[in-house]
Design a protein around this ligand. Sequence first.
Ligand code: NAI
Length: 465
Amino acid sequence: MANSFDVIIIGGGPAGYVCAIRSAQLGMSTAVVERDKLGGVCVNIGCIPTKALLHSAYVANLLAHDAKELGIETGPVKTDYGVAMKRSRKVADQNSKGAEFLMKKNKITVIKGTGVLQAGRKVKVGNDVYEAKKAVVIATGSRVKGIPQIGLEINRTSVISSDEALFLEKAPATMAIVGAGAVGSEFADIFNAFGTKVTLIEALPRILPLEDAESSDAITKSFRKRGITVLAGAIVKKATVTADKVTLEVESGGKAETIEAEKVLMAAGRAVNTENMGFKEAGVDVTDRGFVKVNRETLETTAKGVYCIGDVAGPPMLAHKGSREGVHVAELIAGHHPPPIRYDNVPSVTYCHPEVASIGLTEDQCKEQKLEYQVGRFPFSANGRARASNETEGFVKVIRGKRYGEILGAHIVASHASEMIHELDVARENEFTVEEVDLAIHAHPTLSEAIAEACLDSMGRVIHI
Ligand code: NAI
């Protein structure tokens, strides 16, 4: 029957489309309902285009500040955000087309439109009703949000979100960014490189507050060196908004400050897409925080045969966590017994320069949990490959359980931290000890040698410092 599938997935982002591929691989007839482009926020207005812009920012900084020392004369460096933006759009489109291709390759039906749940594993799209024989999977993701209570409603001209920042034709002269999580910190890096005077405002005592305090400190220093104004422990009390200017009244360290900016970029978290989904009628409950209520092991909602994955299923709101949940749920629906998802082993990466990556516990969390631990550190200023590349900012920090030598947490600030963290991710997933990570011979000269050195340092045996 044309309107009947084994599995129907609502939402074609990195959680939904990956779930669809795994479902199809397991022999289940599969449909994805998507109202916009395949790939979701990540591919179209998130992870992928920001990485393209961050690469432009990296090259701009390299040419402006380092090229001469590397023996390359460039003359004055001019940047053009519009050109960088257009390239980032091409990259995003290529990735979205890639997702379309994967749907065809795996014989997955893509239904264009907004899916609404109905009781009995049915999904309504426009006037059509589709039936899922085995399961419906909710993967509707999240969207940007403002803070209307203090006058910061996103108006898409002077108060913008990442959605608009990714389509600007030129970099504004001044920008205040509210929120210094991953979104705020990545855009601070981008716009600073394109000549914008950036003020980064974070309510909690330090930027990237979920990262280890030493990582936050390193990025604060790096940002300030590049001329970004970093205000941490700063609360925006009131905003006065006109079409071409915003005035923010901020309280920081007991002092009142007024900040004027051509644009304010809201980066203070995201809201999940749960409205008008027919949840009540279908028996799908939501939590006090607005996420869909799921059984943490099976990801099944309060409605039998209806599952939920990705941002809408709860934090961390990360593409790779959503994709993993997609694979997991597809395998469960097919009757397999996949190992449980290790939510304590999801890597976190912020792609500013230098990059910040981490896995496991921060040192503060180890203290809170009263764990006995030893810390090993290795700075890139002592790493040959980093010196050769003229990228010596940052460090590797490994937190070792004192009794068993397990990796409680690892924190990397480095030019390529995003690529390096997986060594420690694999190690933790397989319960390798800090000793075992060092025993694996690391090629010389590489940035990854700093991981082995930090492991050695945690045992008092560091070689190169
Ligand atoms: P976030 O929740 O990670 O960070 C928002 C920050 O805004 C917090 O540090 C919070 O303390 C601060 N904040 C909240 N209200 C404030 C106020 N009134 N004044 C000043 N600061 C305020 O949210 P973000 O960065 O918007 O990202 C949303 C989600 O998307 C997160 O889960 C994030 O991890 C994910 N994401 C991941 C990326 C990556 O992996 N590289 C990139 C972009 C987003």
